[in-house]
Write a protein that binds this ligand. Structure first.
Ligand code: KG4
Ligand code: ZN
Length: 373
């Protein structure tokens, strides 16, 4: 039987992701062809605490990483000797978690003499949107400018990317991320962890117009909106509002049936409304040709549907495939290909960072020579 990869001119990249509570590894060819994507979730370990406990996360990564990487290689039918480069998330994220992936990748890199590149998790979420989802669009001038809404447990930001690869954050959350607002709400209502999926499920049986939750920084409260916050977000107010709503109704733990479903549906509605409203307004303001929706919260059906309905037809919408919304290593391996091609290696100098430097460029746009097949 011929080897799975007959042409060794193809660049085989191994991606490793351990920034939060998912241990993931993936094999991606030439930045676009996903041959394997293995994700081992730690949800059950953290559910008990209603959120991610960094020390537990690191220990779980340590237990899982070797098996996850081996499985990714095996599923792609390759050995570590076939790998041209390793890409590993080195920030932003939880330091104890990041260190497991970074050090494991360093060991593989040094032991097998394979170049190693550090990958920005936030940028990878945007790149992941295009995986198995029209990656050729990144080579088309008419795709730009791109406005990306990155909405996850750790981030809620609007990023503008132009066809020369320049990128900047035009709006960000001033406090909680939207995913965090879902997770905290689920904890308050004793619905389990992570909050997003269970909130979405519960909201399906409720009336989203039943209760009015605040839409911070949208100017809808009657309070004038400061121009600098036009595209910024804030979700701490809606969370506090849910807290008092629960107290009024006898405590989150006691809420059941229709009242629970209506409360959750109205809460989700407030968050989705703000996300879509701000994104549509920013897309108009910056004349974005393409709007990109990515990150764990982009799994949310209500958000996906509302964005489709609200975005004017002349703006193209690219929504990440659900398997590439939440944390995965395919987005890391895919993005690492660009650094590999540019010979931007970090090798043993690589460090882990909870925050990354200000975003100014993305490697996957603007280099005419680097267009995925
Ligand atoms: O991208 P991700 O896996 O990790 C971070 O980089 O943060 O996102 C995880 C977040 C969690 O807050 C989770 O509650 C949220 O994504 N999430 C959802 C849904 N699925 C996951 N939020 C709303 N609706 C969902 N269906
Ligand atoms: Zn993420």
């Amino acid at each position: 039987m011929p080897h799975f990869f007959e042409k060794y001119t193809m660049d085989i990249i191994l991606g490793i992701e351990t920034s939060c509570d998912e241990t993931a590894a993936s094999v991606v060819i030439d930045g676009c062809e996903v041959r394997s994507s293995v994700v081992s979730s730690q949800i059950a370990k953290h559910a008990l605490y209603g959120g991610v406990v960094p020390e537990i996360a690191a220990r779980e990564h340590l237990t899982a990483i070797e098996y996850v990487v081996k499985t990714a290689l095996k599923t792609a039918d390759i050995s570590i000797m076939d790998v041209a480069a390793i890409g590993v998330t080195n920030g932003p994220g939880l330091i104890p978690s990041l260190l497991i992936g970074v050090n494991f990748a360093k060991g593989l890199s040094a032991g097998h003499n394979i170049p190693l590149v550090g990958i920005n998790h936030f940028i990878a979420h945007i790149y992941g949107c295009f995986l198995e989802n029209g990656i050729e669009k990144l080579a088309m001038p008419e795709t730009f400018p791109i406005l990306a809404l990155v909405v996850s447990g750790g981030h809620t930001a609007l990023v503008l990317i132009t066809d020369d690869g320049n990128a900047r954050i035009v709006g960000t959350t001033l406090d909680d991320a939207a995913g965090e607002a879902f997770d905290k709400a689920a904890k308050l209502l004793h619905l389990g962890y992570p909050g997003g999926p269970v909130i979405e499920k519960t909201a399906k049986n409720g009336n989203p117009a039943k209760f009015a939750f605040p839409r911070s920084l949208t100017g809808t409260s009657g309070k004038a909106l400061n121009e600098k916050d036009r595209f910024n977000f804030s979700f701490s107010g809606v969370k506090t509002s849910l807290y008092y709503h629960c107290i009024k109704l006898g405590g989150g733990e006691n809420m059941t049936g229709e009242i629970l479903c209506d409360s959750v549906a109205s809460y989700q509605e407030a968050i989705v409304d703000v996300l879509v409203r701000k994104t549509v307004e920013a897309a108009e303001y910056f004349s974005a040709s393409t709007v990109v929706l990515c990150g764990g919260v982009a799994c949310n059906g209500a958000l996906r549907e509302r964005m489709k309905k609200s975005l004017p037809g002349r703006r193209h919408l690219v929504i990440a495939h659900p398997k590439y919304c939440t944390d995965n290593a395919a987005m890391i391996a895919g993005l690492a290909w660009y650094d590999f091609k540019a010979k931007q290696f970090d090798n043993t100098d690589l460090d882990a960072y909870s925050r990354m430097p200000e975003l100014t460029k993305v490697a996957f746009v603007g280099n005419k020579k680097l267009v995925p097949r």
